[in-house]
Write a protein that binds this ligand. Sequence first.
Ligand code: TXA
Ligand code: MG
Length: 346
Amino acid sequence: MKTIYLDLREKDGGEREKIRVAADILKNGGLVGLPTETVYGLAANALDPEALERIFTAKGRPQDNPLILTVAGAEALERYCRDIPPEAYRLTEIFWPGPLTLVLKCRSELVPSAVTAGLPTVAVRCPSHPVALSIIREAGIPLAAPSANASGRPSCTSAQDVLEDMDTRIEAVVDGGACSVGVESTIIDLTCSPARLLRPGGLPAEEIERVIGPIEIDEAVLGALAEGASPKAPGMKYRHYAPKAPVTVVVGEPEKTAREILRISEPGSGVICFDEFAPLFVGRVIHPLGPVNDKGIQAQRVFGALRTFDTSDVAEIFAQCPDEGGLGLAVGNRLKKAAGFKIIKI
Ligand code: TXA
Ligand code: MG
């Protein structure tokens, strides 16, 4: 199949037509790679079981990993979900559209069970990227939109990344430029009390706590799960984001972790480091993560850093890691997952 490329980076007068083309493909059961503010999504009509099946095939996604129902606004909650707690309304009022996914107790009868991979609960998100919102509105249907990477690979933060993984497997890719957030949405489970953080992401947990009070952090966020354990977000159990070379994350004060990585790495090793320390790693293949104090930039760069190592022939990769405050929890989680939780604490 030839994948149509729809460039929406610049306003050239053809935007409406391109949005219509993407929406028509989705309405007809096709797959479209599209930009969201977090990462690129691989979208299909969430109400069409055959289109949903095609997502799993194109991504090589395990059948027990549910999809996020992606909608254009909070008014969709009552249409597609049941048993909605007051916290859901408070959170969506403040943070939607934006990088927050809510897990709610029950899907409505309109939503096929393939969306939730048989789970009783349903995850819902409203992205803030104008292109994603326009396509959902134009199509007039909710989308199922997992991250557009092939299963197991780092998520895609550009249309080129999507083509790398999905060219010829999907009908179209819409280019909306680089993703402004860079890590996936924060997933919060509202089916339990207190609410539980299932995946740290583009909305820091502290901001959620400011609205609904203390939340618990699921064990799958912080460490490797025991063999056979089943996390509440099924996707958290799979090895993820992993480049081909093994990754080791070094955690601690940036000066100390930089020195440790210099000590244990060799010329030719891959290094993901804060910008300030890049000059230290002479002879290493470096991907700077951003300044120590700018976790926003680190989030934008983390997947690109992991992904681009696959085009070099490094045998091992060492990564510095931000502290767990703010977006640091999400950036650190992606690095640690890529490392299979192989962590050195200094
Ligand atoms: O930012 C994002 O959320 C991106 C963009 C494209 O919207 N999407 C995304 O989708 O990250 P995906 O499929 O790569 O990750 C969805 C995660 C998986 O870990 C999945 O297991 C979890 O959400 N999930 C989906 N439905 C769930 C449910 N009912 N209960 C618990 N976890 C759920
Ligand atoms: Mg994903």
